[in-house]
Design a protein around this ligand. Structure first.
Ligand code: GLA
Length: 671
């Protein structure tokens, strides 16, 4: 079992490991998942012809090909993949080769039912979909390692190969017997003694004290509320089990191709993996991103958040592994992307640090679970609008590549996020279940984005000294090390803004004395935190100059330098917002415009200023390297004032003083 390292700490081999630059080789990767085992091989010729036409530089192959590669236990069927990689190479398309281990063949589950995961109710997840594997299953791991080994040995020297993609969207949970045994082993390593486990889980109450390790289980179905510390540890354990699956396959492919980077694709803001820890184990951090095109502004906000988080995990250029060229097929109503939106969101990813813009998938399926999910080459074919736009994006990215690949996105602000805190807070029996952490992350990030303040994300134990402002939407659980880090950050001159219900619990989800860590209370100027007053959905609380939502707190202040009070109601006159020195505490969620202006002011005081002044509200501005990206997420054309003379790299024309952006239009300006 791997020993936990500080989240985000670099891999021991850092500095020697390949990076995304080893795969991009000066180009922006553009392409997508290519699953041509769905087609007769004649179609492949058409595929590569159209890939060339669209400027596709990279495809991801083999993600779900295990049953084709190993049709019966131990058999190997590589001929089709040999021909495919040769064909792609002959056509100048690089290959990201996936290990197929996200979808084991039916024979694995049939012959080895213990490889199938069970949910908390004991129900089996059968084959017929995908991701039907238990990460704790030694049999699954053995078979996954064997196919990975043979794949890596066979293609290690293939000239088309540029990168490895391990598995796909790791996301399974298993509550079965083998998982229970592995959970016990994991817990023994963490706690050493049963007494320590009982203490960490607070089993003294509710009659839950364990007398034997054999009685320790995953959080299976219970009659009443589950033990929250057990649930928290099970989430930690599951993330670690999945990570062991990843690193096992990573180590196999790395042995064969030490010069090639390895990635696995995260789901956007996905709860199941501690992505800080995972990212530290990857050479390339990649993510899948599917904002709902029904609301282009909200979609752009979601995209920006996920992109900032991914860039921060990558600590540099990252890969957009998947997006949809148009509609997905797993929402209630699946809206296509209006004209221009696929291009705009692709450029947004590049603006926020992506060096690879790829889609799921190249050619739209005619059968199977995602036959209504769009593709770069949709059912409408090469004359279809989607493919025409794909060609345009390919041309845009080719123009941008020499100016943008490998460059950084400067940010003076860090938003803090931690999976362990999320896992502890997202449980039953809490003060309010009317919202979740993602709602808060979105609200705070939105305020910063709409203020045109570029932000990174960081873990609360990271070195924060490079940021002038640190924003904590909510960190319910904070370790002692994280609290020390935040205090030191402010002591050394940093500005800290914290949202409500932060610093409440320790690493075991034990409530800290006083309901909030004493040192943090002192930092913010809080003498007593009397009560949390969560609000109903749609309920608001009046504050001087703005309206609060979701939450409020009954705080007795201790010498703050500045406060904004609640007005009326139970909390009348008590502070909604407190500042002591450079530390701010916001005990409600201000409505969007109010949070935006509060953060604009605090950022300005900290010396962080918007990317560009006077931008229309629908326009996003991001600097990357020497370039200024201007993205119009609105449905109407706008004009943006830009001091000086620039070249718009998308059109090759000179721009002086102002630039016109059409509906969902963009400009990429170089001084
Ligand atoms: C995810 C998966 C893909 C595909 C897409 C589209 O991102 O990784 O295999 O299913 O969603 O739904």
């Amino acid at each position: 079992m791997s020993t936990p390292r500080t989240p985000g700490a670099p891999r021991p081999t850092d500095g020697q490991r390949p990076t995304l630059a080893d795969a991009t080789r000066g180009r922006l990767l553009f392409g997508g998942d290519y699953n041509p085992e769905q087609w007769p091989e004649q179609v492949w010729q058409d595929d590569v012809r159209l890939m060339r036409e669209a400027g596709v530089t990279s495809v991801t192959v083999g993600v779900f090909s295990w049953s084709r590669l190993e049709p019966r236990p131990g058999e190997r069927n590589f001929g089709w993949l040999d021909r495919l990689l040769d064909l792609l190479h002959d056509n100048g398309v690089g290959v990201v080769l996936a290990t197929p281990t996200a979808s084991p063949p039916p024979w694995l589950g049939r012959l080895h039912p213990e490889t199938l995961p069970r949910d908390a109710d004991g129900h089996v997840e059968w084959w017929g979909g995908r991701q039907h594997f238990s990460p704790s299953s030694t049999t699954y791991r053995r078979h996954a390692a064997a196919i990975t080994e043979d794949l890596a040995a066979r293609y290690a020297r293939h000239p088309a190969l540029t990168m490895w993609h391990i598995n796909n969207e790791y996301c399974t949970y298993d509550h079965g017997d083998e998982a229970a045994a592995a959970f016990r082993r994991w817990l023994r390593e963490r706690y050493r003694t049963l007494d320590a486990l009982n203490d960490a889980w607070g089993t003294a109450f509710w009659g839950q004290e364990h007398d034997s390790w054999d009685g320790v289980l995953p959080p299976r179905r219970t009659h009443y509320l589950k033990n929250p510390a057990q649930v928290l540890d099970f989430r930690r354990f599951t993330s670690d089990m999945l990570l062991e699956c990843f690193t096992a396959e990573r180590d196999i492919v790395t042995r064969h191709t030490p010069h090639l980077p390895v990635t696995t694709n995260f789901m956007p803001l996905w709860e199941g993996q501690d992505a800080w820890r995972w990212a530290a184990e990857e050479d390339v951090v990649s993510v899948d991103l599917y904002p709902d095109p029904r609301d282009p502004l909200a979609g752009a906000r979601h995209g920006a958040l996920v992109q900032d988080l991914t860039r921060s995990q990558a600590r540099g250029p990252w890969m957009l592994m998947e997006q949809a060229a148009s509609a997905v097929n797993w929402r209630g109503v699946n809206h296509p992307k209006p004209r221009g939106l696929n291009r705009l969101w692709s450029l947004q990813a590049v603006a926020r640090g992506a060096d690879a813009v790829c889609s799921f998938q190249w050619r739209q399926s005619r059968q199977g679970a995602e036959k209504f999910h769009s593709a770069m080459l949709g059912h409408a074919g090469e004359r279809g609008r989607t493919f025409q736009e794909v060609k345009r994006i390919g041309a845009d990215l080719a123009r941008l590549a020499p100016h943008v690949t490998g460059t950084a996105v400067p940010a003076g602000i860090a938003v803090l996020h931690d999976w362990h805190s999320w896992w502890a807070s997202d449980q039953e029996a809490r003060p309010s279940t009317r919202f979740g952490l993602p709602d808060l992350l979105h609200a705070w990030h939105r305020a910063l984005m709409e203020a045109h303040l570029t932000t990174d994300f960081a873990h609360p134990e990271h070195d924060l000294s490079g940021y002038r402002l640190v924003v904590v939407p909510q960190l319910y659980l904070l370790t002692d090390a994280a609290i020390d880090n935040l205090l030191a950050y402010v002591r050394r001159g940093g500005t800290l803004v914290s949202g409500f219900h932060t610093g409440v619990a320790d690493r075991d989800d034990r409530i800290r004395p006083g309901g909030m860590d004493a040192r943090l209370r002192e930092l913010f100027g809080i003498r007593v935190l009397h009560e949390w007053w969560p609000l109903e959905t749609g309920e608001t609380v009046a504050c001087a100059g703005f309206t609060g939502t979701l939450w409020s707190e009954e705080i007795e202040p201790a010498d703050p330098d500045e406060t904004i009070p609640y007005e009326g109601g139970e909390l009348d006159g008590l502070p909604a917002v407190l500042r002591r020195g450079r530390a701010w505490y916001v005990s409600t969620l201000p409505e969007p415009a109010a949070l935006r202006s509060l953060l604009t002011r605090i950022a300005a005081d900290a010396g962080v200023h918007p990317v560009l002044a006077g931008l229309p509200p629908t326009v996003e501005a991001v600097r990357r390297g020497e370039l200024l990206f201007l993205l119009n997420h609105g449905g109407a054309p706008v004009t943006v004032a830009v001091p000086g003379t620039h070249t718009d790299l998308l059109t090759g024309t000179a721009v002086t003083g102002e630039v016109a952006l059409g509906r969902h239009g963009a400009a990429v300006l170089r001084p």
